[in-house]
Design a binder for this molecule. Structure first.
Ligand SMILES: [Zn+2]
Length: 93
């Protein structure tokens, strides 16, 4: 996902050039070490297609969500990345 491309972006779902930044009260459940954490970010800016409603989770958005999850779990950044890699490797199998 190109980071600094000017809006509107082309939607990967419906191919309309209609993706603009939009604010959402974001809420998502994450499973971490066998526990469930609810990540809530008010007025998170997510590039969203105004044609079909598809949300585009750019690296920038994902990083904000991960940072919030890290806050909630109280993990160090190192541990967090280590676990993240482990999960990725497990998914590869
Ligand atoms: Zn679309």
């Amino acid at each position: 996902m190109p980071k600094d491309k000017p809006f509107p972006w082309t939607c990967g779902h419906c191919l309309h050039k209609a993706v603009e930044p939009r604010q959402w009260d974001f809420e998502e459940e994450h499973h971490w070490h066998g526990r469930v954490y609810v990540v809530r970010i008010d007025q998170l800016v997510i590039p969203t297609c105004s044609h079909c409603g598809e949300k585009c989770f750019s690296m920038r958005v994902s990083n904000q969500i991960y940072e919030k999850l890290r806050e909630l779990t109280g993990e160090t950044l190192e541990e967090f990345h280590r676990m993240d890699r482990q999960l990725l490797e497990e998914n590869d199998v």
